[in-house]
Design a protein around this ligand. Structure first.
Ligand code: FES
Length: 664
């Protein structure tokens, strides 16, 4: 021991300093600024402060560097069992120079890792923290207010000052304090506001992260301290009965004065219903939920808040609010703890919403040097491009073709829908996969596997693959014309269609190809517009977000020219990036601060008023593009020469083609 006490090093933070004689590990951590969790304030109740004795070069682990376990640890019976070799930092006294290892579960600012196609790490920086306090009872000599006593206890026992108090909480203070013998747990929101109080000790604080999409609403129930996801649930957005896509819902509001109230009511009801499902699944209660975050496209964002979305339906697409919105869950009809708080991420622009902001938070194009293209494909494609040097954003009117609408046999991605398609380059015969079965249509057992669902149509990823494969097989020309001489290519008025299934009920028609060309040209033109503004000819990586981005095969997206040429190894699905971003904002104050800053720094480009957009659009109608080359794609996929003659399957008889077709 030096004159200044024992030398203590905390890992993994690397913080070090001196501990005065008699100090506990928790005391030392607080003095030095090392991160150790605690809800009970060092009373040996919560078990959150568990640490182990670690080692460092020249300093082997020595259990004797801490006092032997005393009654607090020996009698400890908290909800979190004290693991072997673990010590309660609030009880163990430092007796020698020591290295203290703080395991992730005992860190306030821990990193949790979400598994998906690629791994996303979320740094937990709790928005709500619970603090157990012992409040001084009033006496004749000291008859200050209950609130004053609580604030004094928070200052004395937790070093918290300058707190405001939710007025709704004040009526609860008296009964809770008296019923609990002046020992209570309080919730402090963002380190500034007292929002809840419970008698005695408590260490459960939960939150719900929503991603409100126009088709589905997803919700995740998370532990605000650990970042663990306790339950997830999803439901179709009931607004669908007012309009399949966003614009038809806006039209409904335009044609039915007050219609936004109906749309708001049904979406809020569905969101609240999801809470019921989540708490049942996790075995907790609605009252355990203290925090809610919401992301959604601008129209969903406005409707959740009860704002008329009609200004978003016409130029100049002005948002009612683009900053992050805070409030209470009850203001949007959610039944959770009355002290709960609500946070909606900021919107970026009139057509680039809080869902895009959440995707930016999740994928972090602003954090790296690589030029990243982040695309969320829906009725409108939301496009973000850039790097740490700056981000640009735009939306492009792709329409609903990618979601299976406007396609002759199109449907949503649901059991029975064709989702994968291959076309033999020689025979021009197709094989496909249907959602709900792992078998290809030419594999044994396929008919039995799809018997229950049948083959009901083709979804967005299926039509993309069908058209891309038909292009690679020479059935569809560079200009998008179906042509050729084959039993599967049938005359359809003045154009041709390609028959995909045995019953000839699912065709790829010429209007289908046109609809996809229009949608992909809108997307590509939007991307090129941003690339032009950013001054780049290529992008380093591409992330496809949303449900469509998760299902689409990135190679076919590039073959068709939805996205620019790029190393395919760096083109990936971003999964539910908006949902991940919502969860990050739920679990981290720092994430909120980050996205609020980044959202204001993103330069918005309005495709509708850009003169070049039309020119870029026309060039992007061809497959993959009229003039742009795809050298990286050509390295892995054999692209047909642009003047490929019409496809012809040699030497096949009609009987054989039919027989093969009906065998599927
Ligand atoms: Fe709660 Fe140690 S701080 S048990």
């Amino acid at each position: 021991m030096s004159d200044e006490g024992f030398r203590v090093t905390f890992t993994p933070s690397g913080r070090r300093g001196n501990a005065s004689p008699g100090a506990t590990v928790l005391d030392a951590a607080r003095q030095i600024g090392a991160d150790i969790d605690s809800v009970c304030g060092g009373r040996g109740i919560c078990g959150r402060c568990q640490v182990t004795v670690g080692s460092a070069p020249g300093m082997p682990a020595s259990p004797d560097a801490l006092s032997a376990p005393g009654p607090t640890e020996i009698d400890y019976k908290g909800k979190r069992p004290l693991a072997t070799d673990h010590r309660l930092a609030c009880a163990a006294i430092i007796c020698d120079d020591v290295v203290i290892d703080v395991p992730p579960d005992s860190q306030v600012h821990r990193q949790v890792v979400r598994k998906r196609a690629e791994v996303v790490a979320i740094d937990v920086d709790p928005v709500v923290r619970l603090h157990y306090i012992e409040v001084a009872e009033p006496t004749l000599d000291d008859a200050g207010s209950d609130l004053g006593r609580i604030l004094a206890a928070l200052k004395g026992q937790w070093g918290l000052s300058g707190l405001t108090v939710d007025p709704a909480l004040i009526a609860e203070l008296q009964p809770v304090l008296r019923q609990s013998n002046w020992e209570v747990t309080v919730a402090v929101h963002t380190g500034t506001e007292l929002t809840a109080i419970w008698p005695g000790f408590r260490d459960l604080a939960l939150g719900v992260a929503y991603d409100v999409g126009s088709t589905t609403i997803a919700a995740h129930l998370c532990d605000l301290a650990s970042g663990d996801v306790l339950a997830s649930a999803g439901v179709m957005n009931p607004q669908i009965r007012f309009g399949e896509d966003l614009m038809s819902r806006v039209s409904f509001v335009m044609m039915n004065p007050g219609g936004e109230r109906q749309l708001t009511a049904v979406v809020r009801e569905a969101m609240d219903h999801l809470i019921g499902e989540l708490v049942t699944e996790a075995g907790v209660t609605r009252e355990d939920i203290l925090e809610v975050t919401v992301v959604g496209n601008p129209i969903m964002h406005h409707l959740v808040l009860g704002i008329d979305p009609t200004p978003l339906g016409t130029a100049p697409f002005a948002l009612a609010v683009d900053e992050a919105v805070t409030g209470t869950p009850s203001q949007i009809g959610l039944d959770v703890h009355p002290g709960g708080r609500l946070y909606l991420l900021p919107c970026i622009a009139g057509h680039v919403g809080a869902d895009a902001a959440a995707a930016v938070l999740s994928e972090g194009p602003h954090r790296g040097d690589a030029v990243q293209l982040l695309v969320d494909v829906g009725t409108n494609a939301e496009i973000v491009l850039g790097s740490s040097a700056g981000l640009l954003a735009a939306s492009s009117p792709t329409g609903p073709a990618f979601e299976g609408a406007q396609i002759s046999a199109g449907q949503r991605a649901a059991p029975g829908a064709i989702e994968r398609v291959r076309v033999d380059r020689e025979s021009l015969e197709p094989r496909f996969k249907v959602i709900g079965s792992d078998l290809w249509s030419d594999e044994d057992g396929f008919a039995a596997a799809v018997e229950k669902t049948g083959i009901t149509g083709i979804c967005g990823s299926g039509i993309i693959e069908a058209i891309a494969e038909l292009y690679l097989a020479g059935v569809i020309s560079h200009d998008g014309v179906i042509r050729g001489d084959h039993l599967r290519i049938v005359a359809d008025g003045r154009t041709s269609s390609y028959v995909l299934d045995a019953d000839a009920s699912i065709l790829v028609t010429q209007p289908d190809v046109r609809a996809i060309q229009l949608a992909k040209a809108a997307l590509y033109a939007g991307v090129k517009l941003l690339m032009g503004h950013l001054g780049v000819d290529t992008v380093d990586e591409i992330r496809l977000a949303g449900a469509f981005g998760s299902h689409i095969d990135t190679k076919y997206a590039m073959v068709l020219g939805l996205i620019p040429d790029c190393d395919l190894a760096r083109v990936s699905s971003a999964g539910n990036a908006a949902g991940t971003g919502s969860m990050m904002a739920l679990l981290s104050r720092a994430a909120r601060i980050e996205i609020e800053r980044v959202a204001t720094e993103i330069e918005k480009i309005e495709t509708a008023t850009e003169a070049r957009f039309q020119e870029l659009f026309v060039g992007a109608m061809a497959i993959p593009h009229a003039t742009d080359r795809f050298p990286q794609l050509a390295g892995v996929v054999e692209l047909p020469p642009r003047d490929t003659p019409p496809a012809r399957a040699g030497g096949r008889t009609a009987r054989r083609a039919r027989a093969e077709g009906s065998a599927q």
